[in-house]
Design a binder for this molecule. Structure first.
Ligand code: URP
Ligand code: ZN
Ligand code: ZN
Length: 459
């Protein structure tokens, strides 16, 4: 039995056309103006709908300490929202090396996934030397990326970053950097608290754009010194964009990501009364509104190449929640949910509100993330031979985003009450219908680990 998607409009990163899609088993086998179903074929009528490649969320933190979403609930939320592939960061474990931690996540913690997943180990100062030794084995395990922190505790020194860039490049592993000058952010936070400035808004005031730009510049310079490509995650401001654009214009291999919250929310949310601002504490912080246009412009100029959700959900109430920072903002756990809404929010604020084209939407949410993970064209495109990961979206319908109807486990939603154009009706993952009429019908545990091979980025 085949599945035929009929009468839809296929959207790719370069094109848009009406055609039918035939799926046999897990892959796309035919794309024709009209495909006649045979007896027993399942037909999905996509009249009036866009047929997109499945969304790819290249930046999630599933099953991290304190987050309510493990791989089961997080990927159920993801697929409801049109995401068919996630990359999730592997959090360092206290008494385990990066390789053993990675294997535990691959073979156990990520197994309940609804959709296919890649894993990206994070490296902190504590693990830098052992990581260097483990890079060859990580490559064997199919690791396509490593995230290096220039912010937070246990940051890596410049020499450690340089050494990891060099070794990772030797093995074709792309390093992702969190660009913020951690020690100076920490000093400014201490100064704010010493003055009694403890409200969430001071989170924004103490992690200033210049400190993001400085660390971004340094990270790129270290990558250049190591002759390595680099991917800058969660870019939030014009100053960092300028640094990235300048490096790219000189020919440096720099890839960059922003997130839906930086595109649609600004620093005023941190000032919401009754501690509501805590809901929006993430790092880098939300910026002044004018940065949003710079981010959209950078997407259109190919400076920012991907949008990832940075899904790092923290509840507002409960034992491990935003309430931890009632006394002082530096105790508020960082992070916002986004995996369930990234596709809708970027479609609505980007495509529907005419900030980006449909093709650009597919480029930043499907094709480029899979290219940067080393999964293209298996994932991220509607092509013959590709995995049949497909999203049908009705552009003429609207819905209101609300926590009450979400699959994710947070007790609030950053876009609560926002009406978005574009409703996801069906999602297929490797040919299996996993969302029908907006309801998740797929099963936990059907997702597969993805071996990444991003050697093309190193050419
Ligand atoms: O605030 C954030 N972004 N939390 C998740 C960790 C990170 O730095 O990506
Ligand atoms: Zn980060
Ligand atoms: Zn993150």
């Amino acid at each position: 039995m085949s599945v035929i998607i009929k009468n839809g409009t296929i959207v790719t990163a370069s094109d848009m056309y009406k055609a039918d899609v035939k799926i046999e088993g897990e892959v796309i086998t035919s794309i024709e103006a009209s495909i006649t179903p045979e007896k027993g074929d399942q037909v999905i009528d996509a009249a009036g709908q866009y047929v997109f490649p499945g969304g790819v969320d290249i930046h999630t933190h599933l099953d991290h300490f304190g987050t309510p979403d493990n791989f089961e609930s997080g990927t159920m939320a993801a697929v409801a929202g049109g995401i068919t592939t996630v990359a999730s960061f592997v959090e360092p474990e206290k008494d385990m090396g990066i390789l053993d931690t990675f294997k535990d996540w691959k073979n156990r913690r990520a197994k309940p996934s609804y959709i296919d997943y890649a894993l990206v180990p994070t490296v902190t100062g504590k693990f830098s030397e052992s990581t260097l030794e483990e890079i060859p084995a990580l490559k064997e395990e199919g690791v396509g990326g490593l995230k290096l922190f220039l912010a937070y505790g246990h940051i890596l020194s410049d020499v450690e970053v340089y050494k990891i860039f060099k070794k990772a490049a030797e093995y074709g592993i792309l390093c992702h950097i969190h660009g913020e000058n951690g020690p100076v952010c920490d000093q400014m936070i201490a100064e704010a608290i010493a003055k009694g400035n403890t409200d969430p808004i001071y989170h924004g005031y103490s992690r200033i754009t210049g400190l993001e730009a400085e660390a971004t510049f340094r990270g790129i310079a270290l990558a250049e010194a190591a002759n390595a490509p680099v991917r800058v995650v969660h870019v939030s401001c014009k100053e960092a964009i300028d640094v990235i654009a300048q490096a790219q214009s000189k020919g440096a291999k720099v890839l960059a990501e922003t997130c839906p919250h930086y595109l649609t929310r600004d620093i005023s949310y941190l000032a919401l009364p009754n501690f509501e601002g805590a809901k929006y504490v993430c790092a880098p912080p939300l910026r002044e509104k004018e940065h949003q246009q710079h981010l959209w412009d950078a997407i259109n100029a190919n400076v920012i190449t991907t949008v990832g959700s940075d899904h790092a959900p923290v509840c507002f109430e409960g034992e491990y929640s935003k309430q931890r920072g009632r006394e002082a903002f530096n105790k508020i756990p960082n992070g916002c949910a986004g995996v369930e809404d990234i596709f809708s929010v970027v479609y609505h604020f980007g495509v529907h509100e005419k900030r980006i084209s449909l093709q650009k939407f597919v480029e930043i949410l499907c094709a480029n993330p899979t290219k940067e993970m080393g999964l293209y064209p298996k994932k991220g495109c509607i092509c013959i031979g590709s995995d049949a990961d497909i999203v049908l979206l009705d552009p003429n319908k609207t819905r209101i985003i609300t926590q009450a109807k979400q699959y994710g486990k947070t007790d609030f939603n950053s876009w609560e009450g926002t009406e978005v154009h574009g409703v996801i009706t069906h999602v297929l993952s490797r040919g299996e219908e996993v969302v029908r009429n907006g309801e998740v019908i797929g099963k936990a545990g059907r997702g597969q680990y993805l071996n990444c091979n991003n050697s093309s980025i190193f050419k």
